[in-house]
Design a protein around this ligand. Structure first.
Ligand SMILES: Cc1ncc(COP(=O)(O)O)c(C=O)c1O
Length: 341
């Protein structure tokens, strides 16, 4: 099987499994797990933040950020296709008691002027704006890199209005590698950041959230309240360390493979590439090839290729650690066969 459904599907490699086996552990709720502590220190240093926390998932990290930053009854501004809005089961409303105000972005980037216009004033009828969220790279926009200047401009709007900024950076390292910009530069325009270890970086579990020491103190408490205070969890942090030490540069292979795949698919009559393929995600419009998305996905599966439907007439292909250059050629040949038939 060539699995292009997501970059979450990869399995931990030998190095990660060995690191898990050998991990020094302790009770992390007491702050005594040396492997977790090392991972958190590494992550904070990479991001240029005072402190960091290992959490179970990207969703948990985003939700903890909401809980720390917001009060019930407030409003959170984010892009209308943001993962937090579309795919986290309304957790921000369920847990933080906030409502979400969405803004349509361009390639995942919100217009700073529109963000400014969306900030609430003193009117007694209105909620206060408690948080602004940015997503980088932007999943629904096809892994688009939200430009640094855009983040800076939104951060300025936020600071002028005394509002914190949270970055859902599930794939922030893809943005960093693709734009050749240190991850710290992106983190500079945020009050808190979440990034996933379990996507392109290839670890089996976990995310990091980072921010000021005060933010992390509160985040640690919220993680405990949510049942995310784990004990000898160094066995899961150990592959996260390998991910940060060895797998960041590797992301450029995923990006190159995605570019080749996009070129190959674009050359097939009936298919249109919808996104700019900045990183490892390709969105293909199949409306001119006479197949429904379900039928397309099904036929690919019959040819040992796994993908996913991603909205009307759209198929998402995601390159990842389990995909090599040779697979790209195979996929193009097989897709061509299906479309021609
Ligand atoms: C942009 C974005 N944010 C957050 C998440 C949530 O991560 P997790 O699946 O680890 O909860 C995802 C998952 O795909 C994502 O794409």
């Amino acid at each position: 099987m060539i699995d292009l459904r997501s970059d979450t599907v990869t399995k931990p490699d030998e190095r990660m499994r060995k690191a898990m086996y050998e991990a020094e552990v302790g009770d992390d709720v007491y702050g005594e797990d040396p492997t977790v502590n090392k991972l958190e220190e590494m992550a904070a240093a990479l991001l240029g933040k005072e402190d960091a926390l290992f959490v179970t998932s990207g969703t948990q990290g985003n939700q903890i950020a909401g809980l720390v930053h917001c009060l019930p009854g407030q409003e959170v501004i984010m892009e209308s296709q943001a993962h937090i809005f579309l795919y986290e089961a309304a957790a921000l409303s369920a847990f933080s008691g906030v409502q979400i105000k969405t803004i349509d972005g361009e390639n995942g980037a919100m217009n700073p002027a529109e963000v400014e216009a969306a900030v609430r004033g003193e009117d007694i009828h209105q909620p206060e704006t408690g948080l602004i969220c940015i997503e980088n790279t932007h999943n629904k926009a096809g892994g688009a890199v939200v430009p640094l200047e855009n983040m800076e401009a939104i951060y300025q709007v936020a600071k002028q209005n005394d509002i914190p900024v949270h970055l859902d950076g599930a794939r922030l390292f893809n943005a960093s590698v693709a734009s050749k910009t240190p991850i710290k530069e992106f983190a500079k325009y945020t009050d808190s950041v979440q990034f996933c270890l379990s996507k392109g970086l290839g670890a089996p579990v976990g995310s990091i959230i980072a921010g000021s020491s005060e933010f992390i103190t509160h985040a640690r408490k919220w993680r405990k309240r949510l049942g995310g205070g784990l004990r000898q969890v160094g066995v899961l942090a150990a592959p996260g360390i390998i991910a940060l030490e060895e797998n960041i540069v590797r992301l450029q292979n995923d990006h190159a493979n995605a570019k080749h795949l996009a070129e190959g698919l674009q050359a097939i009559e009936g298919l249109t590439i919808k996104n700019s393929v900045d990183t490892n995600i390709i969105l293909v419009d199949i409306s001119n090839c006479g197949l429904s998305t379900d039928a397309f996905v099904h036929q690919l599966k019959n040819h040992d290729i796994l993908t996913g439907a991603f909205g009307p007439n759209t198929i998402r292909f995601v390159t990842n650690n389990g995909i090599c250059e040779e697979d790209i050629g195979t996929v193009v040949v097989k897709v061509k066969k299906i479309v021609k038939a």
